[in-house]
Ligand binder design. Structure first.
Ligand code: ACO
Length: 430
């Protein structure tokens, strides 16, 4: 009869061990009983970059990378992108169920009424250099919010956590918009509570002298869909940063700052910015084949291609590609689109990319839409951080409520020197 266990034979000792298998995993700690002798620390697993290690149990997002599936709380991303709104999806991601009409109204009201920033935050933003990267400003200002809300340290109190959740989801767009306006030198525009989440964000970004800003409904909805697509993505680099930093029981503003910093990198949320720079560098369709050739020869990467878990077309990229057409009808076609399409066509028919299962990811087309909507490339990772805040907070709450979780503290394989005596400066060789 089959058993849900794994039998391991240690060839160093000839001993055999039986380890339980649960949900397709073995517990790494079960390996510790495998020892050469009583002095031995015990066997560890070695997994740099967590390529085959589950760091938690989660019920938030499901990804099947081979089939190109992404679901939030069981709902396919395609359905949510078509039928939901960002705030409704954020509620789903955070609380596990779609809200009732009343719950959604209450939730929307609470988020909308936490969009204002303390006036001192403006002074803080004023201190940045005019060409400061908005992502750097966002990382710093969201961390600074922890000093405005010291109550947030009370992370074991569910109501307190909920209040910080309203504040963070409400204030991230305001921080982002203020960072943008600082970089372009226009006065900060305050939130307009009569607008939708993305409508208000566009208002805070682009309002000029008009009394009331009216967002274009197509662009407002497109941004909302992009926000839905970016709400969560299970244990990616920034979610892992959120959980890892949050596991020290720091306040959520500090943990979100860490997650935002993780997202900043070009291998993660900074990739959409890198895609645009790459497309500009290619400059013309005729240069695409030589660019692909240079990537294959090891000179850089095709940004916006490849993913740690998707070994198929990223389902979000498919939705974004369709969305791009709707946006371009309003904004006019982004001239870089033709280069992107050609790049995709060549890469998807090339054995280098096929054999490595490298397909366009979410970042490949999102940057083109953002640029057409009038965002400078520097703002792209910021546009990722805003909606991902709900996912980070959901991952954080799940981590705090999981009795199996402790402070994140990986082991290492030490390969450095054995003990040696201190050598005084005068005796050291050059
Ligand atoms: N262009 C060219 N070759 C690539 C690319 C790429 N974009 N991505 C991976 N490869 C190659 C690697 O060189 C490697 O080839 P090799 O086996 O001959 O050495 C192979 O494919 C496997 O690559 P890894 O780096 O092992 O894959 P990993 O899962 O660690 O990396 C990552 C995933 C970081 C996303 C990678 O594909 C990449 O750098 N892509 C470009 C950046 C990007 O678009 N990031 C956004 C990811 S989506 C997100 O975070 C929202």
């Amino acid at each position: 009869m089959s058993k849900d266990t794994l039998t391991i034979v240690d060839n160093r000792t000839g001993k055999s061990y039986e380890v339980p298998i649960t949900h397709g995993t073995i517990k790494a700690i079960d390996l510790r009983k495998i020892k050469v002798d009583a002095e031995d620390f015990g066997l560890m697993s070695y997994d740099p970059a967590f390529t085959n290690t589950a760091s938690c149990q989660s019920k938030v997002s499901f990804i099947d990378g081979d089939k190109g599936i992404l679901r939030y709380r069981g709902y396919p991303i395609e359905e949510l992108a078509e039928r939901s709104t960002y705030l409704e999806t954020a509620y789903l991601v955070l609380f596990g169920e779609l809200p009732s009409k009343k719950q959604l109204e209450q939730w929307t009201f609470n988020i909308t009424h936490h969009t204002m920033l303390h006036e001192n935050v403006k002074k803080f933003i004023d201190g940045f250099h005019h060409d400061a990267h908005p992502m750097g400003m966002l990382v710093s200002t969201v961390a600074a919010l922890s000093t405005f809300y010291p109550d947030a340290k009370n992370i074991t109190d569910k109501n307190c956590r909920l209040l910080q959740t309203y504040r963070l989801i409400g204030k991230m767009p305001t921080l982002a918009a203020f960072a943008y306006r600082h970089s372009v030198g226009t006065p900060y525009a305050y939130p307009d509570n009569d607008l939708s989440y993305t409508g208000n964000f566009l208002n805070m970004l682009f309002k000029m002298t008009e009394i009331r800003y009216k967002p274009d409904p197509v662009l407002e909805r497109a941004l909302d869909v992009l926000f839905i697509l970016h709400a969560d993505h299970e244990q990616n680099c920034s979610a892992n940063a959120m959980r890892s930093v949050g596991s020290s029981h720091v306040d959520p503003y500090s943990a979100i700052a860490a997650a935002t910093a993780a997202l900043y990198g070009p291998l993660h949320g900074g990739a959409n910015e890198a895609v645009l720079r790459m497309l500009k560098q290619i400059g013309d369709i005729k240069n695409v084949p030589s660019f692909v050739k240079s990537v294959k020869e090891g000179h850089g990467r095709l940004m916006g291609f490849g993913h740690r878990v998707y070994k198929n077309y990223d389902p979000r990229a498919k939705i974004i590609k369709t969305l791009a057409d709707q946006v371009f009808e309003v904004t006019g076609r982004n001239p870089l689109l033709d280069i992107a399409l050609e790049l995709e066509k060549i890469a998807l028919s090339d054995d280098y990319f096929i054999s490595r299962k490298l397909y366009p990811n979410v970042d490949f087309y999102s940057g083109l839409i953002y640029q057409a909507m009038g965002f400078p490339v520097d703002m792209f990772p910021v546009l990722f951080a805003i909606p991902r805040t709900s996912g980070w907070l959901a991952q954080w709450a799940e981590m705090l409520e999981d009795p199996e979780q402790k402070i994140a503290r990986p082991r290492q394989v030490y390969l450095g020197h054995d003990v040696r005596g201190y050598v005084p400066l005068v005796e050291r060789k050059a």
